[in-house]
Ligand binder design. Structure first.
Ligand SMILES: Cc1cc2nc3c(=O)[nH]c(=O)nc-3n(C[C@H](O)[C@H](O)[C@H](O)COP(=O)(O)OP(=O)(O)OC[C@H]3O[C@@H](n4cnc5c(N)ncnc54)[C@H](O)[C@@H]3O)c2cc1C
Length: 294
């Protein structure tokens, strides 16, 4: 193939068949969601011809289903569409916050959570928020349908666990427990339009006495991939998320981080900041859970 081609299948089966057919013919394919990463990359680092497969006409990639079993978020739903759903924001405010931080208003009109995840940047904002919410990837491909936890999906810088011919259809978030909430924070050197130097997503559930019964803590931009930090969660569980518990969770996140030093922050600085963000996100999640946001 020496030129670009474009297809926009309208069903999952058609997309899987198209990808399989192109693979058989040794044609390189690439999935297009919002294009806010892909177009930038096509202009700079990767100009090679390929077939672009737009998944936005497939209904399953475009729907937001919130029910008793949780949330099914289509992989190509734009951040702006997600932010407009108050019912989703009431239950998963941290995830919506993370999507809201991506780029500008214009970028958010296209940029999807699925694209953010598949692009697999260590600083991708929605990834720690998805991990904190125990999100599961729903993947379609030639072998059928499979599910994979988000923390196992990103396998390196710009690399994900999709096999040839597979694509991400949706993200499944379990139903929120009573008195639970999440929060996501990142630090950037500018006020907006920058990528995270460090980030943290936290989800906590409390019992009727305000004691933490479950927690998930994930950190971003401080390792090759976003990291789930069970030690930070353990520091929170069984406590009332008081200062000591939140400080212990912060120390666990700092210890788990494996950051690099670059012009945007030294290793030491990033370790420190990711601890502070963990502590603050835990406090926000706690206050939301106490405030009745399920
Ligand atoms: C000005 C600007 C500001 C930005 N700011 C931020 C920011 O603050 N935080 C941040 O995290 N990111 C930021 N980004 C990056 C980008 O906007 C996000 O990563 C966005 O969420 C990508 O989603 P998309 O739908 O545009 O993905 P696309 O560009 O369509 O796809 C991204 C990659 O994932 C693949 N892909 C997409 N969907 C699927 C799928 N369903 N199955 C398999 N593969 C798939 C594509 O082939 C491509 O390789 C910014 C980008 C720009 C241009």
């Amino acid at each position: 193939m020496d030129s670009f081609a474009f297809q926009a299948p309208t069903s999952l089966d058609a997309a899987v068949a198209l990808l399989a057919e192109q693979r058989q013919a040794s044609v390189r394919t690439q999935i297009l969601a919002g294009g806010t990463d892909m177009i930038v990359q096509m202009r700079s680092v990767d100009r090679a011809p390929r077939m672009i497969v737009d998944i936005k006409r497939i209904p399953e990639t475009r729907s937001i289903q919130l029910g008793e079993d949780g949330l099914i978020l289509g992989s190509a739903v734009a951040g702006a569409e997600l932010s407009a759903r108050d019912d989703v924001a009431a239950i998963y405010p941290g995830l919506v916050e993370a999507a809201d931080l991506i780029g500008s208003t214009q970028i958010q009109g296209r940029a999807s959570v699925g694209g953010n995840l598949c692009n697999a940047s260590p600083a991708g904002d929605t990834i720690p928020a998805l991990i904190a919410n125990s999100a599961i990837c729903q993947i379609a491909g030639p072998g059928g349908w499979r599910e994979l936890a988000v923390e196992d999906f990103v396998v390196g810088v710009g690399r994900n666990a999709l096999e040839p011919g597979e694509f991400l259809v949706a993200l499944r978030l379990p139903a929120a427990q009573p008195r639970s909430a999440d929060a996501y924070l990142r630090f950037i050197p500018r006020t907006e339009m920058d990528i995270a130097v460090a980030s943290a997503g936290v989800r906590v559930a409390l019992d009727e006495n305000g004691v933490c019964t479950a927690a998930r803590v994930a950190i971003g931009a401080v390792a090759v991939t976003a990291l789930l930090v069970p030690e930070a969660a353990e520091a929170l569980i069984g406590t009332r998320l008081d200062d000591a518990a939140c400080a212990a969770a912060a120390a666990a996140s700092s210890a788990a981080a494996r950051p690099i030093s670059d012009k945007r922050g030294t290793e030491t600085y990033r370790r420190q900041v990711v601890g502070v963000l963990t502590r603050r996100a835990a406090v926000i999640a706690r206050d939301r859970a106490l405030g009745g946001q399920a």
